[in-house]
Design a protein around this ligand. Structure first.
Ligand code: UDP
Ligand code: MG
Length: 312
């Protein structure tokens, strides 16, 4: 059985559409499936819509978070609650075309264990968004040592890969990169990002920047090493200026240079502050991990009706 995981946050107008669209595609391909909706603490009628969908369609399984925990947590909860031999993760706004699921499933049948959806095109985006996304992916690709410029969260994973992901104890996960990091027999499938038909994207520019920093930190310690490099650079500067000052002192014209003093204070001060900030951020993340709080809390659950699926 294929489990399709659909994280949903304020998607009341997409639930029914996603249920039928994905259901139709998979039924016509003769693939047995379940749909795992994860309601990520939506503030609108998403949960009601999911309950309705579950009443009409025995394939629907659903989890409801006690509050909004973010898409990463929702995807992991869906994977943990899925019972299929393979699990696919896709957006429930239908920006990931359901037809691609069939292609992915066939590759899984051929023995691939991680099938990654890569974006052929990125859909419509603002110039600013495209550029910052480009920068983010360059950094994270270096950090994770995987080309991620076209990566997405649209993936199909074998049970073994899912179990490997779920066994990871860390709280700050970045699904897109972790699913490559675990290895296994991997292949990618291209897809075109569809237009969103209803509702709106949950990502503001601020949220994206925060998301980018969080994921870079969770995958790389390079920013901390930048602190060392900055320190070395300042040391070099100090040696040069130190020699110059000593020469001035011994040759008898040492009073001037007040501007240099002020500039040096400012430069070194800001380098120290930035460095402390970077180190502080890592410590904050360590603190979060050490606390070991659960990634999410589930308040309600709906199980799919296996007996009815078998009859139909
Ligand atoms: N999503 C979620 N929790 C959040 C934000 C988003 O579960 O806090 C879900 C959302 O319902 C959708 C998917 O993640 O199914 C992608 O979100 P969105 O379409 O807003 O992102 P975009 O496609 O613009 O990158
Ligand atoms: Mg979307």
């Amino acid at each position: 059985m294929l489990s399709v995981i659909l994280p949903a946050y304020n998607e009341e107008r997409m639930i029914a559409a996603a249920t039928t669209a994905v259901g139709q595609v998979l039924k016509s391909a003769g693939i047995s499936y379940e749909l795992v909706f994860v309601n990520d603490g939506s503030k609108d009628g998403t949960w009601n819509e999911i309950e309705k969908a579950a009443k009409n369609d025995p394939h629907v399984t659903a989890l409801c978070f006690s509050r909004n925990f973010g898409k990463e947590a929702a995807m992991l909860a869906g994977l943990a609650g899925a019972s299929g031999e393979c699990c696919a993760v896709m957006d429930c706004d239908l920006q990931h075309p359901p037809e691609t699921l069939i292609e992915m499933y066939r590759l899984w049948e051929q023995g691939y264990e991680v099938i990654e959806g890569v974006k052929r095109t990125r859909g419509r985006e603002s110039m600013m968004h495209r550029m910052s996304a480009g920068l983010f992916y360059r950094i994270i690709s270096k950090a994770a040592k995987i080309d991620m410029s076209r990566a997405s969260d649209f993936k199909l994973l074998d049970r073994r890969a899912v179990d490997a992901l779920l066994a990871m104890p860390e709280r700050n996960t970045f699904f897109r990169a972790l699913s490559s990091w675990i290895g296994f027999r991997t292949i990618s499938v291209e897809f075109d990002v569809q237009e969103r038909t209803e509702g709106e994207s949950k990502w503001s520019t601020g949220a994206l920047i925060k998301y980018a920093i969080k994921n870079i930190v969770s995958f790389s310690t390079v920013p901390m090493q930048c602190v060392t490099v900055a320190g070395l650079f300042v040391l070099l500067l100090a040696i040069v200026l130190g020699i110059q000052s000593l020469v001035n002192y011994f040759s008898g014209h040492a009073v001037e240079g007040f501007t240099t003093v002020i500039l040096l204070l400012l430069i070194i001060g800001s380098v120290i502050m930035i460095s402390l900030g970077i180190i502080g951020y890592y410590i904050a993340k360590i603190y979060e991990e050490v606390k070991g709080r659960p990634r999410y809390l589930i308040s309600r659950k709906i199980e799919c009706r296996k007996s009815e699926i078998e009859k139909s």
